[in-house]
Design a protein around this ligand. Structure first.
Ligand SMILES: Cc1cc2nc3c(=O)[nH]c(=O)nc-3n(C[C@H](O)[C@H](O)[C@H](O)COP(=O)(O)OP(=O)(O)OC[C@H]3O[C@@H](n4cnc5c(N)ncnc54)[C@H](O)[C@@H]3O)c2cc1C
Length: 420
């Protein structure tokens, strides 16, 4: 029998599994397929609550954002667990993540809760505020920067990225940036994943590096499309970096996301290295009174455990479904949105006053207490069931940027609850 069985292998589930293993538990993890984590941009959003043009918040510290989010959004996990506990759990989760990603060369960039978010350039040109990001991404801070266009690359428009980033730097960040596009002959016409796989071949990486070196003399940094290798990303990035002799920064990705796929793969490697037993999809749950006794694998196998962590994501990953109403998929738990419980035929709960905010349905997930136990009508659903990540409801991931912070914090707290 396992001590903990985690359902879901995205960032939240992996964090919970690694935390439980670090505490010496026997851990299994069920994963159906890749979910939102494999689509993520490369940024690690911990907390950013945007202000207004008259009252911008880019200079506010990350912990200041956590306090602001917790104070203004009662159902947000940071409010449910309390800002101080959230901060500690995020820090512990980031430490786990850093050591998990170290072998893959993705170790997140250092961050401090007392520092503000940094501007990371995205493949669409926006300077996105983030607390940290996977190693190949970097904040754009100043100096003369080259933004690279590969021949035939229709997924990354360097002219647009450079222009938009300079504009965003001036209007949103108060920075005068100098970013110029440079054109390479290197063939970038493959889709992003294919291009990254081609650049796993170090011969191709050297070809790119030598052409780049010839055209970027005198710059202080180079922005590249996020395609610098997949399986051999560490070597590919080092090859290009060594050739040009200045920081090479991959832009954050849009879909399909090479950084997201790298992250998901690296998390899988970390699970195996930590000795977590991997099982496939689970399709049913066996409960007895106030406890979950076992889950059922797709092949009919019975998987008993002392405690369970539900980290099955939201709509994208199938953790939350909308059929006869909106519900959590495996246990049939009711869902809550940022605006409260979803009431049938109640349009006030699915319409928001501020159109910039996420649609309430995009915040639908299970309601939890401070130990991450799902609660139903004010009572703990099952004494040995805990939830982590996007399956937890009541918060938006895209307006108040916080999703990876929530995944890390709730993953750590859920694992500790499961072992208590
Ligand atoms: C397009 C996109 C881009 C994003 N980019 C960022 C970003 O750059 N930075 C950021 O901080 N956040 C980003 N997010 C938010 C992101 O979703 C979270 O930060 C985090 O990755 C979510 O992790 P998770 O583990 O909760 O969910 P997921 O990664 O969705 O994982 C849930 C897993 O559960 C599995 N599962 C579900 N049901 C079962 C079952 N019955 N049996 C077995 N397995 C099951 C799924 O297959 C899936 O693998 C992005 C989200 C999206 C959709």
């Amino acid at each position: 029998m396992f001590d903990v069985l985690v359902i879901g292998g995205g960032l939240a589930g992996v964090t919970a599994a690694l935390e439980a293993r670090a505490c010496g538990a026997r851990v299994a993890l069920a994963q159906r397929s890749w979910g939102a984590t494999a689509m993520s941009t490369g940024a690690l959003d911990i907390a950013f609550a945007p202000g207004s043009p008259s009252e911008p918040t880019v200079a506010r510290s990350i912990e200041g954002h956590i306090y602001a989010i917790a104070a203004s959004r009662a159902r947000h996990p940071y409010a449910v667990v309390g800002s101080g506990s959230a901060l500690l759990a995020i820090a512990d989760g980031m430490k786990l993540l850093s050591s998990a990603l170290e072998p893959s060369g993705l170790t997140p960039r250092p961050w401090e809760a007392i520092q503000p978010n940094q501007p990371y350039v995205s493949s669409l040109g926006a300077l996105v505020p983030a607390a940290s990001a996977l190693a190949s991404h970097g904040p754009v801070t100043g100096g003369s920067v080259a933004c690279v266009q590969l021949a035939g690359d229709t997924h990354f428009d360097a002219k647009h990225v450079a222009k938009a980033a300079v504009h965003d730097g001036r209007t949103s960040w108060g920075r005068a940036l100098d970013i110029e596009p440079v054109m390479l002959r290197f063939d970038g016409s493959l889709p992003p994943i294919g291009l990254a796989q081609r650049l796993d071949d170090l011969g191709a990486a050297h070809e790119l590096a030598s052409e780049l070196k010839a055209v970027v003399a005198g710059v202080s940094a180079v922005i590249m499309p996020p395609v610098l290798g997949l399986a051999r990303h560490r070597e590919t990035l080092a090859t290009v970096q060594d050739a040009v002799g200045v920081p090479v920064i991959e832009a954050l990705a849009h879909l399909p996301s090479v950084p997201g796929v790298r992250l998901q793969r690296a998390l899988g490697q970390a699970l195996r290295a930590a000795g977590v037993v991997l099982v496939g999809e689970v399709v049913g749950a066996e409960t007895s009174g106030e406890r979950v006794v076992a889950v059922q694998g797709k092949g009919g196998e019975r998987l008993p455990a002392k405690a369970f962590v539900l980290a099955s994501g939201r709509f994208i990953s199938g953790g939350v479904v909308f059929d006869f109403g909106c519900r959590e998929a495996l246990f049939g738990l009711p869902t809550v949105t940022e605006l409260g419980a979803l009431e049938k035929d109640a349009p006030q709960n699915i319409v928001r006053a501020d159109p910039r905010e996420s649609h309430p349905l995009m915040t639908a997930g299970v309601q939890v207490n401070a130990s991450m136990q799902p609660i139903v009508e004010g009572r703990i659903a099952f004494a040995n069931l805990f939830a982590a990540g996007m399956v937890v409801g009541g918060f938006a991931s895209r307006f108040a940027l916080c999703a990876d912070g929530v995944a890390l914090a709730t993953g750590v707290i859920a694992a500790r609850g499961a072992l208590a």
